[in-house]
Design a protein around this ligand. Structure first.
Ligand code: FCB
Length: 471
Protein backbone atom coordinates (compact mmCIF):
# COMPACT_ATOMS: atom_id res chain seq x y z
CA UNK A 1 0.00 0.00 0.00
CA UNK A 2 1.98 2.93 -1.22
CA UNK A 3 -0.32 5.54 0.20
CA UNK A 4 1.41 7.72 2.71
CA UNK A 5 3.38 10.29 0.77
CA UNK A 6 3.97 12.46 3.82
CA UNK A 7 5.28 9.69 6.05
CA UNK A 8 7.58 10.66 8.91
CA UNK A 9 10.81 8.74 9.12
CA UNK A 10 11.57 7.69 12.63
CA UNK A 11 14.93 6.17 13.31
CA UNK A 12 15.10 2.41 13.66
CA UNK A 13 14.89 0.96 17.08
CA UNK A 14 18.41 0.03 18.21
CA UNK A 15 17.51 -3.64 18.61
CA UNK A 16 17.04 -3.88 14.89
CA UNK A 17 20.33 -2.45 13.80
CA UNK A 18 22.35 -4.91 15.91
CA UNK A 19 23.62 -8.12 14.28
CA UNK A 20 22.87 -11.72 15.36
CA UNK A 21 19.31 -11.66 14.01
CA UNK A 22 20.62 -13.07 10.80
CA UNK A 23 21.82 -16.23 12.52
CA UNK A 24 18.43 -16.90 14.03
CA UNK A 25 16.36 -16.40 10.88
CA UNK A 26 15.41 -20.07 10.57
CA UNK A 27 11.98 -20.73 12.19
CA UNK A 28 11.76 -22.71 15.43
CA UNK A 29 11.32 -26.47 15.21
CA UNK A 30 7.59 -26.39 16.00
CA UNK A 31 6.80 -23.80 13.32
CA UNK A 32 4.24 -24.77 10.69
CA UNK A 33 6.54 -23.09 8.15
CA UNK A 34 8.56 -26.29 8.09
CA UNK A 35 5.64 -28.02 6.41
CA UNK A 36 6.75 -28.86 2.93
CA UNK A 37 3.43 -27.87 1.41
CA UNK A 38 3.59 -24.34 2.84
CA UNK A 39 4.51 -22.46 -0.34
CA UNK A 40 7.27 -19.85 -0.05
CA UNK A 41 7.80 -17.55 -2.97
CA UNK A 42 8.34 -14.00 -4.16
CA UNK A 43 6.17 -11.50 -6.00
CA UNK A 44 6.52 -8.76 -8.61
CA UNK A 45 4.20 -6.79 -10.90
CA UNK A 46 4.42 -5.97 -14.60
CA UNK A 47 4.67 -2.18 -14.54
CA UNK A 48 7.11 -2.24 -11.64
CA UNK A 49 9.71 -4.46 -13.32
CA UNK A 50 9.18 -4.94 -17.06
CA UNK A 51 10.14 -1.64 -18.73
CA UNK A 52 9.98 -1.89 -22.56
CA UNK A 53 6.85 0.23 -22.53
CA UNK A 54 6.91 0.94 -26.26
CA UNK A 55 8.01 -2.45 -27.47
CA UNK A 56 6.28 -5.19 -29.44
CA UNK A 57 3.01 -3.32 -29.70
CA UNK A 58 2.46 -2.54 -26.03
CA UNK A 59 -0.03 0.31 -25.66
CA UNK A 60 0.20 3.06 -23.02
CA UNK A 61 -1.20 2.35 -19.57
CA UNK A 62 -2.55 4.81 -17.01
CA UNK A 63 0.77 4.58 -15.18
CA UNK A 64 2.73 5.74 -18.25
CA UNK A 65 0.43 8.74 -18.44
CA UNK A 66 0.38 9.46 -14.70
CA UNK A 67 4.12 9.10 -14.10
CA UNK A 68 4.81 11.52 -16.98
CA UNK A 69 2.98 14.30 -15.11
CA UNK A 70 5.49 16.38 -13.13
CA UNK A 71 5.05 16.03 -9.38
CA UNK A 72 3.10 12.77 -9.41
CA UNK A 73 6.07 10.44 -8.85
CA UNK A 74 9.10 11.13 -6.65
CA UNK A 75 12.09 12.38 -8.69
CA UNK A 76 10.01 12.19 -11.87
CA UNK A 77 10.67 8.44 -12.14
CA UNK A 78 8.63 6.31 -14.55
CA UNK A 79 8.39 2.60 -15.37
CA UNK A 80 9.81 3.10 -18.87
CA UNK A 81 12.90 0.97 -18.12
CA UNK A 82 12.30 -0.28 -14.56
CA UNK A 83 14.28 -3.53 -14.04
CA UNK A 84 14.34 -4.18 -17.79
CA UNK A 85 12.79 -7.54 -16.97
CA UNK A 86 11.15 -7.72 -20.41
CA UNK A 87 14.66 -8.33 -21.79
CA UNK A 88 16.29 -9.92 -18.75
CA UNK A 89 13.54 -12.37 -17.80
CA UNK A 90 15.64 -15.47 -18.44
CA UNK A 91 18.35 -14.41 -16.01
CA UNK A 92 15.69 -13.30 -13.52
CA UNK A 93 14.05 -16.73 -13.62
CA UNK A 94 17.47 -18.35 -13.10
CA UNK A 95 17.99 -16.12 -10.09
CA UNK A 96 14.58 -17.01 -8.65
CA UNK A 97 15.29 -20.71 -9.12
CA UNK A 98 18.80 -20.42 -7.69
CA UNK A 99 17.31 -19.07 -4.46
CA UNK A 100 15.13 -22.16 -4.24
CA UNK A 101 11.96 -20.05 -4.15
CA UNK A 102 9.03 -22.36 -4.78
CA UNK A 103 6.46 -19.88 -6.01
CA UNK A 104 6.46 -16.79 -8.19
CA UNK A 105 3.66 -14.27 -8.31
CA UNK A 106 3.76 -12.06 -11.40
CA UNK A 107 1.24 -9.90 -13.21
CA UNK A 108 0.33 -9.47 -16.85
CA UNK A 109 0.33 -6.06 -18.50
CA UNK A 110 -3.12 -5.77 -20.07
CA UNK A 111 -1.88 -3.13 -22.59
CA UNK A 112 0.72 -5.62 -23.85
CA UNK A 113 -1.64 -8.38 -24.85
CA UNK A 114 -4.64 -6.87 -26.62
CA UNK A 115 -5.55 -3.67 -28.46
CA UNK A 116 -8.51 -1.30 -28.06
CA UNK A 117 -10.65 -3.47 -30.34
CA UNK A 118 -9.79 -6.57 -28.29
CA UNK A 119 -7.48 -8.00 -30.97
CA UNK A 120 -4.78 -10.15 -29.33
CA UNK A 121 -1.17 -8.98 -29.61
CA UNK A 122 0.79 -12.12 -30.39
CA UNK A 123 4.17 -10.68 -29.41
CA UNK A 124 2.94 -9.64 -25.99
CA UNK A 125 1.24 -12.98 -25.42
CA UNK A 126 4.38 -14.85 -26.45
CA UNK A 127 6.42 -13.02 -23.82
CA UNK A 128 4.19 -14.36 -21.04
CA UNK A 129 4.05 -17.83 -22.61
CA UNK A 130 7.83 -18.07 -22.69
CA UNK A 131 8.11 -16.79 -19.15
CA UNK A 132 5.48 -19.12 -17.71
CA UNK A 133 6.76 -22.13 -19.61
CA UNK A 134 10.23 -21.53 -18.24
CA UNK A 135 8.90 -21.17 -14.70
CA UNK A 136 7.06 -24.48 -15.07
CA UNK A 137 10.23 -26.13 -16.42
CA UNK A 138 11.95 -24.97 -13.25
CA UNK A 139 9.20 -26.52 -11.13
CA UNK A 140 8.05 -23.14 -9.79
CA UNK A 141 4.41 -22.67 -8.76
CA UNK A 142 2.95 -19.77 -10.75
CA UNK A 143 0.50 -17.20 -9.40
CA UNK A 144 -0.65 -14.81 -12.12
CA UNK A 145 -2.43 -11.54 -11.38
CA UNK A 146 -4.44 -10.19 -14.27
CA UNK A 147 -4.66 -6.62 -13.04
CA UNK A 148 -1.91 -5.01 -10.99
CA UNK A 149 -2.96 -1.44 -11.80
CA UNK A 150 -1.73 -0.93 -15.39
CA UNK A 151 -5.07 -0.21 -17.05
CA UNK A 152 -4.84 0.45 -20.80
CA UNK A 153 -5.01 4.23 -21.25
CA UNK A 154 -7.65 3.85 -24.00
CA UNK A 155 -10.02 2.43 -21.37
CA UNK A 156 -9.27 5.28 -18.97
CA UNK A 157 -10.05 7.66 -21.82
CA UNK A 158 -13.55 6.16 -21.78
CA UNK A 159 -13.96 6.58 -18.02
CA UNK A 160 -11.73 3.82 -16.70
CA UNK A 161 -13.16 2.12 -13.62
CA UNK A 162 -15.92 4.72 -13.41
CA UNK A 163 -17.32 3.18 -16.58
CA UNK A 164 -19.21 -0.08 -16.02
CA UNK A 165 -18.13 -1.22 -19.46
CA UNK A 166 -14.52 -1.59 -18.22
CA UNK A 167 -15.67 -4.57 -16.12
CA UNK A 168 -16.90 -6.33 -19.26
CA UNK A 169 -13.68 -5.49 -21.11
CA UNK A 170 -11.79 -7.06 -18.19
CA UNK A 171 -13.80 -10.26 -18.57
CA UNK A 172 -12.82 -10.33 -22.28
CA UNK A 173 -9.19 -9.89 -21.29
CA UNK A 174 -9.48 -12.68 -18.68
CA UNK A 175 -11.00 -14.87 -21.38
CA UNK A 176 -8.10 -14.30 -23.76
CA UNK A 177 -5.44 -14.85 -21.12
CA UNK A 178 -6.94 -18.01 -19.67
CA UNK A 179 -7.40 -19.52 -23.13
CA UNK A 180 -3.81 -18.69 -24.09
CA UNK A 181 -2.08 -19.56 -20.83
CA UNK A 182 -4.12 -22.48 -19.51
CA UNK A 183 -1.83 -25.20 -18.21
CA UNK A 184 1.01 -22.86 -17.21
CA UNK A 185 -0.77 -21.01 -14.40
CA UNK A 186 -1.32 -22.67 -11.04
CA UNK A 187 -3.37 -19.85 -9.58
CA UNK A 188 -5.09 -16.84 -11.14
CA UNK A 189 -5.78 -13.68 -9.20
CA UNK A 190 -8.19 -11.34 -10.94
CA UNK A 191 -7.20 -8.09 -9.22
CA UNK A 192 -4.40 -6.85 -7.02
CA UNK A 193 -5.58 -4.62 -4.17
CA UNK A 194 -8.82 -3.10 -5.46
CA UNK A 195 -8.62 -0.75 -2.44
CA UNK A 196 -5.57 0.94 -3.95
CA UNK A 197 -7.05 1.08 -7.46
CA UNK A 198 -10.31 2.56 -6.18
CA UNK A 199 -9.21 4.74 -3.29
CA UNK A 200 -5.70 5.88 -4.27
CA UNK A 201 -6.67 6.05 -7.96
CA UNK A 202 -10.09 7.70 -7.75
CA UNK A 203 -10.54 8.72 -4.08
CA UNK A 204 -7.41 10.68 -3.14
CA UNK A 205 -5.53 10.84 -6.41
CA UNK A 206 -2.16 9.58 -5.14
CA UNK A 207 -2.13 6.91 -7.84
CA UNK A 208 -3.14 6.78 -11.51
CA UNK A 209 -5.46 8.03 -12.88
CA UNK A 210 -5.20 10.66 -10.14
CA UNK A 211 -8.85 11.56 -9.47
CA UNK A 212 -9.99 12.59 -5.99
CA UNK A 213 -13.62 12.10 -5.02
CA UNK A 214 -15.08 9.61 -2.49
CA UNK A 215 -18.09 8.96 -4.68
CA UNK A 216 -15.77 8.07 -7.56
CA UNK A 217 -13.89 5.70 -5.24
CA UNK A 218 -17.00 3.70 -4.27
CA UNK A 219 -18.18 3.48 -7.88
CA UNK A 220 -14.73 2.47 -9.12
CA UNK A 221 -14.61 -0.19 -6.38
CA UNK A 222 -17.95 -1.56 -7.47
CA UNK A 223 -16.84 -1.86 -11.08
CA UNK A 224 -13.53 -3.42 -10.05
CA UNK A 225 -15.32 -6.03 -7.96
CA UNK A 226 -17.81 -6.59 -10.76
CA UNK A 227 -14.87 -7.12 -13.13
CA UNK A 228 -13.55 -9.73 -10.72
CA UNK A 229 -16.93 -11.43 -10.48
CA UNK A 230 -17.45 -11.50 -14.25
CA UNK A 231 -13.96 -12.94 -14.81
CA UNK A 232 -14.27 -15.81 -12.29
CA UNK A 233 -16.60 -18.07 -14.32
CA UNK A 234 -14.59 -17.33 -17.47
CA UNK A 235 -11.38 -18.46 -15.77
CA UNK A 236 -13.14 -21.54 -14.40
CA UNK A 237 -14.42 -22.50 -17.86
CA UNK A 238 -11.12 -21.97 -19.68
CA UNK A 239 -8.70 -23.31 -17.11
CA UNK A 240 -10.49 -25.69 -14.75
CA UNK A 241 -7.36 -27.17 -13.18
CA UNK A 242 -6.05 -23.91 -11.69
CA UNK A 243 -7.11 -22.06 -8.53
CA UNK A 244 -8.90 -18.74 -8.86
CA UNK A 245 -9.10 -15.86 -6.43
CA UNK A 246 -8.38 -12.21 -5.75
CA UNK A 247 -5.75 -10.27 -3.79
CA UNK A 248 -6.71 -7.69 -1.15
CA UNK A 249 -4.51 -5.44 0.93
CA UNK A 250 -5.60 -5.28 4.53
CA UNK A 251 -4.89 -2.67 7.17
CA UNK A 252 -4.84 -2.86 10.95
CA UNK A 253 -6.35 0.16 12.70
CA UNK A 254 -5.86 0.52 16.44
CA UNK A 255 -7.56 3.09 18.70
CA UNK A 256 -5.43 5.82 20.23
CA UNK A 257 -7.34 5.58 23.52
CA UNK A 258 -10.03 3.50 25.21
CA UNK A 259 -12.66 6.12 24.53
CA UNK A 260 -15.72 4.94 22.65
CA UNK A 261 -15.09 7.57 19.98
CA UNK A 262 -11.56 6.30 19.29
CA UNK A 263 -12.72 2.68 19.31
CA UNK A 264 -15.33 3.62 16.75
CA UNK A 265 -12.67 5.42 14.70
CA UNK A 266 -10.52 2.26 14.62
CA UNK A 267 -13.57 0.23 13.62
CA UNK A 268 -14.32 2.64 10.77
CA UNK A 269 -10.69 2.52 9.65
CA UNK A 270 -10.93 -1.25 9.28
CA UNK A 271 -14.32 -0.99 7.57
CA UNK A 272 -12.82 1.37 5.02
CA UNK A 273 -9.69 -0.74 4.49
CA UNK A 274 -10.97 -4.29 4.83
CA UNK A 275 -14.76 -4.73 4.99
CA UNK A 276 -15.28 -2.46 1.97
CA UNK A 277 -13.68 -5.22 -0.12
CA UNK A 278 -14.16 -8.40 1.90
CA UNK A 279 -17.86 -7.92 2.73
CA UNK A 280 -19.01 -7.75 -0.90
CA UNK A 281 -16.77 -10.71 -1.80
CA UNK A 282 -17.68 -12.90 1.16
CA UNK A 283 -21.08 -11.61 2.31
CA UNK A 284 -22.50 -10.20 -0.90
CA UNK A 285 -23.12 -6.70 0.49
CA UNK A 286 -21.28 -3.45 1.20
CA UNK A 287 -20.77 -2.57 4.89
CA UNK A 288 -23.32 0.10 5.82
CA UNK A 289 -20.78 1.78 8.14
CA UNK A 290 -18.79 2.79 5.07
CA UNK A 291 -21.54 5.22 4.20
CA UNK A 292 -21.46 6.67 7.69
CA UNK A 293 -17.84 7.51 7.00
CA UNK A 294 -18.60 8.80 3.50
CA UNK A 295 -22.24 9.84 3.54
CA UNK A 296 -24.03 9.84 0.20
CA UNK A 297 -21.42 7.80 -1.67
CA UNK A 298 -23.43 4.61 -2.26
CA UNK A 299 -22.43 3.21 -5.66
CA UNK A 300 -24.90 2.41 -8.37
CA UNK A 301 -25.44 -1.35 -8.10
CA UNK A 302 -27.53 -3.25 -10.65
CA UNK A 303 -29.64 -6.35 -9.94
CA UNK A 304 -27.49 -9.45 -9.76
CA UNK A 305 -24.18 -7.60 -9.28
CA UNK A 306 -23.72 -8.66 -5.68
CA UNK A 307 -24.30 -12.34 -6.56
CA UNK A 308 -21.74 -12.04 -9.35
CA UNK A 309 -19.24 -10.45 -6.97
CA UNK A 310 -19.72 -12.95 -4.15
CA UNK A 311 -19.26 -16.16 -6.13
CA UNK A 312 -17.05 -18.74 -4.42
CA UNK A 313 -13.30 -18.07 -4.29
CA UNK A 314 -10.71 -20.87 -4.31
CA UNK A 315 -8.33 -18.64 -2.38
CA UNK A 316 -7.99 -15.16 -0.99
CA UNK A 317 -4.66 -13.39 -1.40
CA UNK A 318 -3.75 -11.11 1.47
CA UNK A 319 -1.19 -8.29 1.29
CA UNK A 320 -0.13 -6.83 4.63
CA UNK A 321 2.36 -4.08 5.46
CA UNK A 322 1.63 -2.01 8.61
CA UNK A 323 -0.86 -0.73 11.14
CA UNK A 324 -2.31 2.72 11.58
CA UNK A 325 -3.09 4.21 14.97
CA UNK A 326 -6.19 6.37 14.77
CA UNK A 327 -8.42 8.67 16.81
CA UNK A 328 -11.83 10.09 16.16
CA UNK A 329 -11.79 13.16 13.92
CA UNK A 330 -14.55 14.66 16.07
CA UNK A 331 -17.12 14.03 13.36
CA UNK A 332 -17.96 10.71 11.71
CA UNK A 333 -14.47 9.65 10.73
CA UNK A 334 -10.92 8.91 11.86
CA UNK A 335 -7.58 10.65 11.72
CA UNK A 336 -4.09 9.12 11.90
CA UNK A 337 -2.20 9.60 15.13
CA UNK A 338 1.33 8.35 14.38
CA UNK A 339 2.85 6.64 17.41
CA UNK A 340 6.20 7.87 18.69
CA UNK A 341 9.11 5.58 19.43
CA UNK A 342 7.96 2.65 17.29
CA UNK A 343 10.02 0.90 14.65
CA UNK A 344 9.40 2.15 11.12
CA UNK A 345 10.64 1.28 7.62
CA UNK A 346 11.99 3.48 4.82
CA UNK A 347 8.35 4.10 3.86
CA UNK A 348 7.62 5.44 7.33
CA UNK A 349 5.32 2.45 7.86
CA UNK A 350 5.20 0.99 11.37
CA UNK A 351 6.51 -2.55 11.73
CA UNK A 352 3.66 -4.40 13.43
CA UNK A 353 3.56 -8.16 12.79
CA UNK A 354 0.78 -8.79 15.34
CA UNK A 355 -1.55 -6.85 13.07
CA UNK A 356 -1.25 -9.56 10.44
CA UNK A 357 -2.06 -12.32 12.91
CA UNK A 358 -4.94 -10.40 14.52
CA UNK A 359 -6.55 -9.48 11.22
CA UNK A 360 -6.37 -13.06 9.96
CA UNK A 361 -7.83 -14.59 13.11
CA UNK A 362 -10.49 -11.83 13.10
CA UNK A 363 -11.50 -12.59 9.50
CA UNK A 364 -11.88 -16.25 10.40
CA UNK A 365 -14.49 -15.23 12.98
CA UNK A 366 -16.24 -12.65 10.78
CA UNK A 367 -16.45 -14.65 7.56
CA UNK A 368 -17.70 -18.22 7.99
CA UNK A 369 -16.83 -18.90 4.33
CA UNK A 370 -13.28 -17.49 4.49
CA UNK A 371 -11.40 -19.31 1.71
CA UNK A 372 -7.88 -20.71 2.05
CA UNK A 373 -5.41 -17.84 2.28
CA UNK A 374 -2.11 -17.06 0.64
CA UNK A 375 -0.11 -14.11 1.92
CA UNK A 376 0.51 -12.72 -1.55
CA UNK A 377 2.65 -9.77 -0.37
CA UNK A 378 4.59 -8.86 2.74
CA UNK A 379 7.90 -7.08 3.00
CA UNK A 380 9.52 -3.73 3.59
CA UNK A 381 11.60 -0.98 2.03
CA UNK A 382 15.04 -0.01 3.27
CA UNK A 383 17.77 2.18 1.87
CA UNK A 384 19.96 -0.78 0.96
CA UNK A 385 23.52 -0.23 -0.26
CA UNK A 386 25.89 -2.66 -1.91
CA UNK A 387 29.19 -2.82 -0.01
CA UNK A 388 31.94 -5.09 -1.34
CA UNK A 389 29.35 -6.97 -3.34
CA UNK A 390 27.05 -7.59 -0.34
CA UNK A 391 23.86 -6.07 1.00
CA UNK A 392 23.28 -6.47 4.74
CA UNK A 393 19.54 -5.75 4.98
CA UNK A 394 19.32 -6.44 8.68
CA UNK A 395 15.98 -4.79 9.31
CA UNK A 396 14.34 -6.79 6.51
CA UNK A 397 15.65 -10.07 7.92
CA UNK A 398 14.10 -9.26 11.27
CA UNK A 399 10.90 -8.01 9.63
CA UNK A 400 10.42 -11.18 7.59
CA UNK A 401 11.19 -13.42 10.51
CA UNK A 402 8.63 -11.71 12.74
CA UNK A 403 5.93 -11.64 10.08
CA UNK A 404 6.47 -15.30 9.26
CA UNK A 405 6.12 -16.00 12.98
CA UNK A 406 2.80 -14.10 12.94
CA UNK A 407 1.66 -16.28 10.04
CA UNK A 408 2.63 -19.38 12.01
CA UNK A 409 0.60 -18.13 14.99
CA UNK A 410 -2.45 -17.52 12.78
CA UNK A 411 -2.14 -21.03 11.33
CA UNK A 412 -1.95 -22.48 14.82
CA UNK A 413 -5.05 -20.46 15.73
CA UNK A 414 -6.89 -22.29 12.96
CA UNK A 415 -6.59 -20.04 9.89
CA UNK A 416 -5.98 -21.99 6.69
CA UNK A 417 -2.91 -20.24 5.26
CA UNK A 418 -1.15 -22.07 2.47
CA UNK A 419 1.72 -19.87 1.44
CA UNK A 420 3.65 -16.62 1.64
CA UNK A 421 5.17 -14.43 -1.08
CA UNK A 422 7.87 -11.91 -0.25
CA UNK A 423 7.36 -8.46 -1.69
CA UNK A 424 9.45 -8.26 -3.67
CA UNK A 425 11.82 -10.48 -5.59
CA UNK A 426 13.84 -7.40 -6.54
CA UNK A 427 13.91 -3.65 -6.01
CA UNK A 428 11.55 -2.01 -8.48
CA UNK A 429 9.39 0.98 -9.42
CA UNK A 430 7.52 1.68 -6.20
CA UNK A 431 4.63 3.65 -7.77
CA UNK A 432 4.43 7.24 -6.48
CA UNK A 433 7.80 6.74 -4.74
CA UNK A 434 9.69 5.74 -7.88
CA UNK A 435 13.00 3.91 -7.43
CA UNK A 436 14.02 5.40 -4.11
CA UNK A 437 12.20 2.84 -1.96
CA UNK A 438 13.82 -0.58 -2.16
CA UNK A 439 11.52 -3.51 -1.35
CA UNK A 440 13.53 -6.29 -3.00
CA UNK A 441 15.32 -9.25 -1.48
CA UNK A 442 17.55 -8.71 -4.49
CA UNK A 443 19.19 -5.31 -5.02
CA UNK A 444 18.98 -3.67 -8.44
CA UNK A 445 21.55 -1.11 -9.57
CA UNK A 446 19.44 0.88 -12.01
CA UNK A 447 22.44 2.34 -13.86
CA UNK A 448 23.81 -1.08 -14.82
CA UNK A 449 20.79 -3.37 -14.11
CA UNK A 450 23.11 -5.51 -12.01
CA UNK A 451 21.27 -7.71 -9.53
CA UNK A 452 22.86 -8.40 -6.11
CA UNK A 453 21.35 -10.99 -3.81
CA UNK A 454 20.72 -9.37 -0.42
CA UNK A 455 21.49 -11.17 2.83
CA UNK A 456 17.73 -11.65 3.44
CA UNK A 457 17.38 -13.66 0.23
CA UNK A 458 20.39 -15.78 1.17
CA UNK A 459 18.79 -16.63 4.50
CA UNK A 460 15.41 -17.47 2.95
CA UNK A 461 17.25 -19.68 0.46
CA UNK A 462 19.16 -21.35 3.30
CA UNK A 463 15.94 -22.14 5.14
CA UNK A 464 14.30 -23.51 2.00
CA UNK A 465 17.30 -25.72 1.36
CA UNK A 466 17.19 -27.05 4.90
CA UNK A 467 13.47 -27.69 4.66
CA UNK A 468 13.91 -29.57 1.40
CA UNK A 469 16.69 -31.67 2.86
CA UNK A 470 14.51 -32.65 5.84
CA UNK A 471 11.52 -33.67 3.73
C1 FCB B 1 1.40 -2.95 -2.58
C2 FCB B 1 1.45 -3.18 -4.07
C3 FCB B 1 2.82 -3.55 -4.57
C4 FCB B 1 3.91 -2.77 -3.87
C5 FCB B 1 3.76 -2.87 -2.38
C6 FCB B 1 4.84 -2.18 -1.60
O1 FCB B 1 0.37 -2.09 -2.29
O2 FCB B 1 0.57 -4.20 -4.42
O3 FCB B 1 2.81 -3.36 -5.96
O4 FCB B 1 3.94 -1.49 -4.31
O5 FCB B 1 2.53 -2.34 -2.00
Amino acid sequence: MANDASAVFDTLSPAVSRGSLADSFTPPADSTLWRKNFLLGAATASYQIEGAVNEDGRLPSIWDTFSAIPGKVLAGDTGAVACDHYHRWEADVEMLASLGLEGYRLSIAWPRVMDAAGVPNRKGLDFYKRLLNRLKEKGITTFVTLYHWDLPQHLEDRGGWLNRDTAYRFADYADLMSRELAGTVDAWATLNEPWCSAYLGYGNGHHAPGLANDRFATQAMHHLLLAHGLAMPVLRANDPASEKGIVANIGRGTPNSDSAADQRAAHLFEVQHNAWILDPLLKGSYPQDLFELWPGTEPLVLDGDMQTISARLDFLGINYYFRTNVASDGAHGFRDVPLEGVERTQMGWEVYPDGLRDLLTGFKKTYHNLPPIYITENGMASDDQVTDGHVEDTQRISFLKRHLAAVDQAIKAGVDIRGYFLWSLMDNFEWAFGYERRFGVVHVDYSTQKRTIKRSAELVAKFLKERKARA
